[in-house]
Design a protein around this ligand. Structure first.
Ligand SMILES: O=C(O)CCC(=O)C(=O)O
Ligand SMILES: [Fe+2]
Length: 354
């Protein structure tokens, strides 16, 4: 799959007000908050830990908090919010080879940045089938998986809604940079439905609002292709400000006209793609209900110094997934065990087919 064109985030005029570069003083304040927090057991980020972080987050600089609370209530048309120049871990161990937990990482600045900022947007959520159910996950290239349509790849990763096939998919996802790729060419790409809606014919929009699309889980969820898929519309909710759920590699249309509509959307989205360089200490927050994201290709060396991001997911309505989680837990049951999978798309604004 070849890379798609994108515009550098710095060159998109209306976006600059949603990219905050922390001042020296703001960075020091965040650093001091993190210094006072206890060491983190990444396998057990429990409610007590989250409570403690959320109380500490009340001391974040007001300018940053203002952007977070506004983004939660009223996302901008790009569906993204970025903070640059956050404090970083001074002694970073090698990039995990398998994309799993780093056993050697002994400071938790990146993890605490993610928690401090994202707790303003919702409740963290994770999936037992994915990345060992960790609430904070490592995103790094894995040898042998270069071409997979997964976060472990290094070839072009196509536009997708995160875990769009999952009944409890994230409302927001956030990526923080720990290490850049060797050549500094990797870009996380975003494209929001709000950037393109007005350019798409109503014929296509009305097809995209019907459950004429099948979405297959990513291979990390260990489900057979015919074993599980959901029929769903690509667009739902408000006519003027719809939500979008899409995947340009693992979504198929069940009819010729529906395929045309999906292709029309794909072309429109890829034309407005924005490329973010996530440097160490940069945090990109994406509204997963509005935005499809992708990643440009890059060249890993598997030398311990490869690109390394960390990721967290949050949901606004945590209770909606309670059936799938144990008491006080944030990790959803495996998809093969989740009997909420037979989704009924009877939300207002979704046109049902006969
Ligand atoms: O590597 C990236 O920039 C993003 C990968 C991705 O799609 C994800 O982590 O969800
Ligand atoms: Fe993704």
């Amino acid at each position: 799959m070849t890379d798609q064109p994108y515009q550098n985030a710095e060159d998109v005029k209306g976006l600059q007000q949603h990219i905050m570069v922390l001042t020296g003083e703001e960075k020091r304040t965040v650093s001091q908050i993190i210094d006072r927090l206890p060491p983190l057991d990444i396998r057990r980020v429990d409610n007590e830990t989250l409570n403690c972080v959320q109380v500490a987050a009340q001391n974040l600089p007001a300018r940053l908090v203002k952007h977070l609370v506004r983004f939660r209530r009223e996302p901008n048309d790009y569906g993204v919010l970025m903070f640059r120049n956050l404090p970083t871990d001074t002694d970073l161990p090698p990039t995990p080879e398998d994309g799993g937990r780093s056993r050697e990482k002994s400071s938790f600045v990146s993890e605490y940045n993610l928690l401090l900022f994202l707790l303003f947007l919702g409740e963290p959520i994770a999936y037992e089938d994915e990345k060992q159910g960790l609430l904070i996950q490592n995103i790094c290239p894995v040898k042998g998986q270069e071409k997979r349509q997964e976060n472990t790849s290094s070839h072009y990763l196509n536009y997708h809604t995160e875990d769009g096939f999952h009944p409890h998919r994230p409302d927001h996802l956030a990526l923080i940079g720990l290490r850049s790729d060797h050549e500094g060419v990797a870009r996380t790409l975003t494209a929001s439905i709000r950037q393109v809606l007005h350019d798409i014919p109503s014929t296509a929009i009305s097809l995209l609002r019907q459950p004429l699309y099948r979405l297959f889980p990513s291979s990390s969820f260990n489900m057979g292709k015919d074993d599980y898929s959901v029929y769903l519309p690509v667009l739902s909710g408000s006519w003027l400000e719809p939500q979008m759920c899409v995947h340009f590699s693992s979504m198929t249309a069940t009819r010729r006209d529906a395929k045309w509509a999906l292709d029309t959307l794909r072309k429109a989205l890829t034309q407005v793609g924005i490329g973010f360089h996530i440097n160490p200490g940069d945090l990109l927050i994406i509204d997963n209900r509005l935005v499809a994201h992708a990643r440009s290709s890059f060249q890993p060396k598997y030398d311990g110094k490869d690109r390394w991001l960390q990721r967290i997911f949050t949901v606004v309505d945590f209770h909606q997934s309670s059936f799938s989680r144990g008491r006080g837990q944030h990790v959803c049951s495996p998809l093969y065990a989740d009997n909420t999978r037979k989704m009924v798309w009877d939300k207002p604004g979704v046109i049902q087919i006969d």
